[in-house]
Design a protein around this ligand. Structure first.
Ligand code: ATP
Ligand code: MG
Length: 430
């Protein structure tokens, strides 16, 4: 008797990208790598798993991520607390410190990959999602803040995305935030009786985050709260103005959003987000800012830094609204064959085609011409090559142009001498 096993499915909020959808991912990744290279950013890869304390310290105890979104578990072998990275910055900075990356010069680096947050899954909000993370380590000036923002604008342009808006703010420096914090606590204390559980807990630990509320009942309280921007000293304002001036130079328009605090604790001075109305409730495609204190906080020699992260799933969703179709043929050439000799010859020929940079699928196994041609068509190959006893006897291959621009007028099959075949195909597929 055969036993039926229950199906094992993916974890909720963690998505598969099947070949069709994956083609869009790959195309995006290629565009993204070129775009990053254009600004001198280099790829860096850090582990997905880190010590939990890296994130509690680096992101901050009183943040959504650390309080409730991390996948944390105990390593059963040694009892250590480990966490799947919920973002890149802390790990990138850890690696930079550990390998003394900043000892002789600043570093422009990026990483691309999955991050994990235990959130309620919905459109644009997943438990495993992907980020493009860009960091400029060791650079202090407003020029670099602006360069990063202008750079992000270039990516939207490259992808043909128009409906995104830039919001920026300045979080100033520690002492300015302290003065604002005191004023804010005084303000918030008036609303103690209507604050929700999160709000009450954060009132004295992280009052700025109390304002980061989606609760409509708390909106009036948030609107009337003293604004950090009004507490900025001269240096912070000068930095902010310099960023804005450079954005204007580059023709990038922006909106000051004095309420934006960003979800993480470590930011100072410039913070920014790119938002869109085309993604439903999850409006933010990209967020970032300056975090001059983080490197020292994580045990490195004090150095400034600024960066941003793009949510890849949200970006893909948005991009697909501008470019609905991504062509992804399985190969350039699909070889159909009849008979054992022809099949073996096809395998050898395919290797010589691949030597020439042509991608090839040789029909696997034996089947009727009809069903092989069906497969060839489904593969979206540009060309079908046909090999059977008849062709082998004449030292030729039959060739059918399926999707080649400037098709030869008659759709009949061409007969190409085997010696000329690779050159012929190369000419057609390039
Ligand atoms: P949100 O306010 O939407 O929760 P966040 O402030 O937590 O965003 P960041 O930590 O700044 O987000 O992460 C950078 C980007 O990653 C976001 O702008 C967004 O595009 C994307 N992102 C964040 N959380 C998720 C998620 N759970 N699923 C998919 N993308 C996400
Ligand atoms: Mg979040």
């Amino acid at each position: 008797m055969t036993q039926a096993f229950s199906k094992v499915t993916a974890i909720r909020g963690m998505n598969d990208a099947l070949p069709g959808a994956s083609a869009r991912w790959e195309q995006l990744e290629e565009i993204v790598r070129n775009w990053l290279q254009a600004y001198g950013y280099r790829n860096m890869r850090a582990p997905i798993l880190e010590h939990t304390r890296l994130f509690t310290r680096g992101i901050g105890e009183v943040t959504d991520i650390v309080e409730k979104e991390m996948y944390t578990f105990t390593d059963s072998l040694n009892g250590e607390s480990l966490t799947l990275r919920p973002e890149f910055t802390a790990g990138m900075v850890r690696a930079a410190i550990e390998h003394n990356l900043l000892y002789d010069r600043p570093q422009r680096v990026y990483a691309l990959g999955p991050v994990f947050r235990h959130e309620r899954p919905q459109r644009g909000r997943y438990r495993q999602f992907h980020q493009i993370d860009v960091e400029a380590l060791g650079l202090a000036g407003p020029d670099i803040d602006a360069e990063l923002i202008v750079m992000s604008a270039r990516l939207w342009k490259r992808l043909g995305i128009t409906d995104v808006e830039l919001e920026i703010n300045s979080l100033g420096q520690g002492d300015e935030r302290a003065a604002h914090r005191a004023a804010l606590i005084t303000h918030l204390e008036q609303y103690k009786d209507i604050l929700d559980e999160d709000g009450l807990r954060r009132l004295y630990t992280n009052p700025l985050r109390v304002l980061d509320t989606k609760n409509p009942a708390l909106q009036a309280m948030a609107d009337a709260a003293p604004k950090l921007f009004d507490f900025l000293g001269e240096a912070s304002r000068t930095h902010f103005d310099a960023v804005c001036a450079r954005l204007t130079d580059a023709g990038v328009s922006y909106r000051l959003n004095p309420r934006m605090v960003r979800g993480l604790d470590y930011y100072n001075l410039t913070v920014f987000e790119w938002v869109t109305h085309k993604l439903g409730a999850q409006a933010t495609v990209c967020g970032g800012g300056r975090y001059d204190g983080l490197i020292e906080l994580l045990g490195g020699k004090s150095a400034p830094a600024v960066g941003f992260a793009i949510g890849v799933e949200r970006l893909l969703d948005l991009w697909s609204q501008y470019q609905p179709e991504i062509l992804s043929p399985e190969c350039d050439v699909y070889i159909v064959h009849q008979g054992d000799d022809a099949q073996r010859r096809a395998a050898v020929l395919a290797e010589t085609m691949r030597d020439a940079g042509i991608s090839v699928i040789v029909h696997a196994g034996a089947a009727s011409f009809k069903s092989q041609f069906k497969r060839a068509d489904a593969s979206a190959a540009a060309i079908a090559v046909i090999l059977a006893a008849d062709e082998l006897a004449d030292g030729v291959a039959s060739v059918k142009l399926l999707r080649v621009a400037q098709q030869t007028p008659d759709t009949a099959q061409l007969r190409i001498p085997l010696d000329d075949l690779v050159a012929f195909l190369k000419d057609k597929v390039k």
